[in-house]
Write a protein that binds this ligand. Structure first.
Ligand code: NAD
Ligand code: UD1
Length: 335
């Protein structure tokens, strides 16, 4: 079976390609390296002993998508290609809407032309905005996003919903990822943000290696057990494996439609718990200070992932210790 993975050298794309290749799928990949490196292709090969059929190009370029569909008999598309930096999206909203929304429109147009009608789309827990009740289920309302990145994901969800009504042959899965962290246990692929990381785990890892001096804990007066923000961190390998379950589901759907699944562990951990676990499993000290809240942050966010468990047979199996160990292993291997 031929799986077309867009954004295949990115953080989630690369881990998913590894799982797809290990499971025996043929992987056809596209990336423009706007947020990843070509060397990831070699790392994927090192881990799996198999190669992706890779195309360098841009999702907005209809001709390359057309070429890929002409040259490969694609069964399923897994769409990861997007910009994802929340702060950056506030500064450059239009480039986020073009890259994250127009790319999906172009992709769908080409898929329809080639009669490829199975799609997995990478959405985010951010589409839920602020919810008062935890855990978050898929039935809860979406909207009230707080930045253009989140809104771009929301728009695409609406577009895909309209598409599934207008073209009932389309089989679509929307995954709403919670907080993917960690790295492949080989230490060969992982999250390698350019510059100073905006997210917690990569920041902690760089403080551990002394590349960064001190972690600012954004607020200790939230309505949580220790006052710091609580999130549902999920190991990247667990998240990647969910795409195999997603593909099985698409292949077994008797009719078209759109299905939405949360991907998280269902457990929330605070920033201080993250720091303590990281210190313990890696035998390091994390230098941190309490700083003011980060604007737009919420107290608590964790998933009810029981729908994915019931309908896809998927549950996360790796724990916070695995996430911290593998995140550190990756940064020390890639300093
Ligand atoms: P990433 O930036 O590591 O990977 C995205 C990849 O897509 C990169 O390799 C980039 O070069 C490529 N890309 C971007 N625009 C492109 C374009 N126009 N044409 C071709 N390639 C392009 O991000 P990630 O963490 O792997 O995220 C993958 C997807 O999952 C994104 O859609 C993201 O919004 C979504 N998501 C990520 C998270 C997270 O925390 N990492 C959470 C929720 C949702
Ligand atoms: C971030 C994104 C969100 C995306 C999600 C998925 C932001 C603002 N939001 O969410 O759109 O869907 O990742 O991975 O980037 N923290 C610190 N110090 C730091 C960094 C973070 O204390 O240096 C705290 C935050 O306040 C929060 C927690 O750590 O309580 C997690 O933050 P982060 O890793 O940025 O993830 P989210 O904000 O949940």
């Amino acid at each position: 079976m031929n799986i077309f993975v867009t954004g295949c050298t990115g953080y989630i794309g690369s881990h998913t390609c590894v799982e797809l290749l290990n499971a025996g799928y043929n992987v056809i990949g596209l990336d423009n390296f706007s947020n990843s490196k070509r060397e990831v292709l070699d790392k994927i090969k090192q881990i799996t002993n198999k190669k992706i059929k890779f195309y360098e190009g841009d999702m907005l370029d209809e001709s390359i998508l057309d070429k890929i569909m002409n040259e490969n008999n694609i069964d399923v598309v897994v769409d990861f290609a997007a910009y994802k930096a929340v702060g950056d999206s506030v500064v450059k909203p239009i480039s986020y809407y073009i890259n994250n929304v127009s790319s999906v429109l172009t992709l769908i147009k080409v898929m329809q032309k080639h009669n490829v009608k199975k799609l997995i789309f990478s959405s985010s827990a951010t589409v839920y905005g602020k919810q008062d009740i935890m855990p978050i289920t898929e039935e809860m309302p979406i909207g009230n996003t707080t930045n253009p990145y989140g809104t771009s994901k929301l728009f695409v969800e609406h577009i895909l919903n309209d598409l599934s009504i207008a073209d009932p042959e389309f089989k679509i899965i929307v995954f709403r990822y919670f907080n993917p962290v960690g790295a492949h246990p080989s230490g060969l692929i992982g999250e390698n943000p350019n510059g100073i990381p905006a997210n917690l785990m990569p920041f902690i890892a760089k403080v551990a290696t002394k590349e960064l001096e001190c972690l600012s804990v954004f607020g200790d007066d939230y309505d949580t057990l220790d006052g710091t923000g609580v999130r549902d961190y999920i190991h990247i390998v667990d998240l990647a494996k969910a795409h195999l379950n997603g593909i099985n589901k698409l292949n077994n759907m008797n009719e078209g439609g759109l299905l939405v699944y949360n991907l998280g562990t269902g457990k929330g951990y605070s920033v201080l718990e993250m720091i303590k676990t990281f210190e313990k499993v890696n035998n390091v000290t994390i230098n941190y200070k309490i700083a003011p809240r980060r604007s737009g942050d919420i107290d608590t966010c964790y998933a009810d992932s029981s729908k994915a468990s019931k309908e896809l047979g998927w549950t996360a199996s790796l724990n916070l210790e695995d996430m911290c160990k593998d995140a550190y292993n990756f940064v020390i291997n890639n300093k």
